[in-house]
Design a protein around this ligand. Sequence first.
Ligand code: GLN
Length: 483
Amino acid sequence: MHNLSLTQLAAGLRSKQFSSLELTQSFLNRINSYQQLNAYVTVSSELALQQAEAADRRLASGDATPLTGIPLAQKDIFCTQGIKTSCGSKMLDNFIAPYNATVIDHFNQAGAVMLGKLNMDEFAMGSSNETSFYGPSLNPWATDCVPGGSSGGSAVAVAARLAAAATGTDTGGSIRQPAAHCGITGLKPTYGRVSRYGMIAYASSLDQGGPMARSAEDAALLMQVMAGFDSKDSTSVDQSVPDYSASLNDSLQGLKIGLPKEFFSSDLDSRMASTLLAAVDEYRKLGAEVVEVSMPTLALAIPAYYVIASAECSSNLSRFDGVRFGYRCHNPADLTDLYTRSRGEGFGSEVKRRILMGTYALSAGYYDAYYLKAQQVRRLISEDFKRALNEVDVLMGPVTPSPAFKIGEKTGDPVQMYLSDIYTIAINLAGLPALALPAGFIDDKPVGLQVIGNYFSEAKLLNIGHRYQQVTDWHLQQPHGFE
Ligand code: GLN
């Protein structure tokens, strides 16, 4: 059962091959059997079984949606009423949100089952899941390697079939990078497409939730539920939501693909380059035309991002003060002691590093030199994309510089870690949507192809992903030992 696609699961539920209760129990059993992967922070079995029973009643009554009764799991950054929302941090290890994120409400309304909350880098800061207070999640393709981050638990759960599909969030690559490292399909939507209400903020001008699934077809079904205007999120865009499944099979004849030469420079590992170019060849066979484009400002993305994201996080994380949310130190001597010890003990070292960098960049005297400059660079990057996407329909390139790296390999060198997102970060700065697709293997570890589209072109990206998955089987491969 756990190997069926979302569409097959929905059909199985309707034809009564299995009930949602049976399906949910079978996923809960798998979660229990593969605890060593550390994909989940919280398994909400009781809630899941209740939701499954309700879904079975709804299915019987005939008013079900495509996701009714399907067991999913949520990144532990989305607030869930009554179930712990830790955001991967000791700071929120005791936090039970009094309300649901809009995305969670949407899944509940659709009748989906929530198996639990997925492991992630602390406050979504990281590229390897190693900054999590709960320890790293392990890549099922090579358990001595990271699954990527920050949505590492989500990618692991989907790849090892510990959930039928999952959600992630992407501030600088956190959906696409773990999707690529774990051989699954991840979509980072246009900024403003998916509500951020109740999604714990890291860098508000960059954060965006999206689907992590085994195929573009499955991702389309999740996107249908996640997308849409939300008056509770002031940056949500009031634009109608297309039917993401309807255009999956559209022809790619005449599709114009741009390959940014900066993505395929001599810095890119030669095996990565040949794997990706083979994927691009499949698109040629599907009728696409391929041209080279140039994005000269891409090289500035990492420094600009780490100024902007850190600045925004230093402001967003100021609310965790030991008074209103989460962790509070024992026996504070006075108010200052309460603040400093609660924050000092509650946050991990990467989060502290970001807060320090951000506070520095925003302080008087440095603001113009760093923050303002970074915002100007951000504008240049957006304009580069605009120019390129006027010439072509989509851009293609790598998701990551290499396949999944070893646990511990980059923890001692933050800059090396930051460079793991060199191909994903610019897209967030521009607010564009991008898809990560399984496109091959290097040393038995998955490699992802990134497809970047224009604003609100999610349906097109999913169509491009689906057509590729009709002619390739990378997305159907499974990690040994977790079949
Ligand atoms: N790795 C990047 C960071 O640490 C991106 C993380 C993300 O997308 N949430 O900020």
